[in-house]
Write a protein that binds this ligand. Structure first.
Ligand code: PLP
Length: 416
């Protein structure tokens, strides 16, 4: 059996720990499926181990890498969970389609914020976080060799889910000079016959680019023209963004679009694992055929508390955003120290910034900051080679942490 080794995927720039490929001999511990060949351990799980090690050596690393909200959910959400879970009759398996209470709350939320009508009985599927939905969609629609358009830079899970399902990723590049929008002229010239799905995500992670109505219309038109099912991943529309938008709000979108959404970022509930998939009844039924074979409905009190969260008003979103806004200013100051360039218009839970040309790539700068200043910042290359000249800073930390990170960087020997 081959040894484990570190590799760098040249297309994505993603650093992976590749686990040994399966041998044909007798069953050995750790022998993994061919499906896992080329699939690395998720970058962060590997990096967090390294950060743990550095912390054990007493380094006290400030981790500005991961977008896991540090603020709590609204107190009424916690209260609902507490009260509901104290009841004797809420502990059984739940429906695969989720509680009608949660589906109704999602439908009301989509109408209120996005002006989109969804039938709560047929057009909504609650998920255990939107990340699992990405995998379910790939397993539902992809056969070996089917192609999928994925954004570069983009959320790495699209790429790994496609590969795990046997599909092939076809990158579409998002460039700063095009406002991180797909180049549809270029895309239309590609051979698209084998493309079944396209992942899109606006506000875009990692670039923080907001969508325009025109962009959304072009995406839907592209899906229709090319008979491609478009999966819009929409977890950041409430973070620092004045105008939450759904791709499903485009006329006729349900014919070709499914949208993933999540309470992880919008309601500070990342660990609760509550997301949703919205779209035409036929599509929801198709994904449910796969999902119902994988897991069961979420714990009912979690679903009821999530329903409560979805009724929260603008005041609450504004309060959370005022905190992120103040933090973002600190991050801008920190990036100024590093001579990075960034857009002040970007939204979402991160700041995306171009590194100075004195660095080969974001990995070099990220490592230098980690080892010299004990601050971890994500290198943009993990989102695809289009992100190699960038870094991404998470807004999930207290103002004091950002002050401290800034001071450490200022006082360290980082070259710049
Ligand atoms: C673009 C994007 N999509 C989906 C997710 C997954 O979110 P969830 O917690 O709902 O699984 C993330 C989380 O970081 C994300 O950045």
């Amino acid at each position: 059996m081959k040894k484990n080794k570190n590799t760098k995927d040249t297309a994505t720039g993603e650093v992976s720990v590749l686990v040994a490929s399966p041998g044909r001999g007798k069953l050995e511990g750790g022998r993994t499926s061919r499906r896992l060949e080329g699939i690395g351990e998720y970058y962060f799980s590997q990096k967090l181990r390294e950060i743990d090690e550095l912390n054990k050596q007493g380094k006290n690393i400030i981790n500005l890498g991961i977008g896991s909200p540090d603020l709590p959910p609204h107190p009424d959400v916690i209260k609902t969970l507490q009260e509901e879970s104290a009841k004797p009759n809420v502990h059984a398996y739940q429906s695969y389609k989720g509680s009608p209470v949660l589906r109704k709350a999602i439908s009301d939320w989509y109408r209120k914020w996005y002006d989109v009508e969804l039938n709560p009985d047929t057009e909504i599927l609650p998920l255990i976080g939107s990340k699992e939905g990405i995998m379910h969609i790939c397993m539902t629609y992809l056969d070996k060799g089917d192609e999928v358009l994925v954004p570069n830079p983009g959320y790495p899970t699209y790429r790994s889910a496609v590969k795990l399902a046997g599909g092939k990723c076809v990158d579409y590049n998002l460039k700063e000079k095009n406002n991180y929008e797909p180049d549809f002229n270029k895309l239309s010239k590609k051979k698209l016959g084998k493309v079944k799905l396209m992942f899109v995500n606006y506000p875009q992670m990692p670039t923080g680019q907001t969508p325009s109505k025109e962009l959304f219309e072009k995406i839907v038109a592209f899906g229709k023209e090319n008979n491609i099912l478009v999966i819009h991943d929409n977890p950041y529309s409430f973070i620092l963004n004045a105008e939450p938008m759904s791709l499903l709000s485009v006329e006729g979108a349900k014919e070709v679009v499914m949208e993933l959404n999540s309470l992880s970022k919008s309601h500070n509930m990342a660990g609760w694992r509550v997301g949703m998939l919205c779209g035409a009844k036929e599509r929801i039924d198709e994904v449910l055929r796969f999902k119902s074979n994988m897991d069961s409905g979420m714990f009912l009190p979690v679903q009821l508390a999530a329903a409560k969260a979805l009724t929260l008003g603008k005041e609450w979103q504004d309060e959370v955003n005022s905190i992120y806004k103040a933090r973002r200013e600190k991050v801008f100051e920190m990036l100024d120290l590093q001579k990075c360039k960034y857009s002040r218009q970007q939204v979402g839970l991160f700041v995306w910034a171009k590194i100075p040309s004195t660095y080969k790539d974001g990995y070099e700068l990220s490592d230098e900051i980690l080892y010299n200043s004990n601050v971890f910042i994500t290198p943009g290359g993990i989102f695809g080679d289009g992100g190699e000249k960038y870094i991404r800073v998470s807004l999930c930390g207290s103002i004091e942490r950002f002050e401290e990170a800034k001071a450490r960087i200022k006082n360290s020997k980082v070259k710049m």
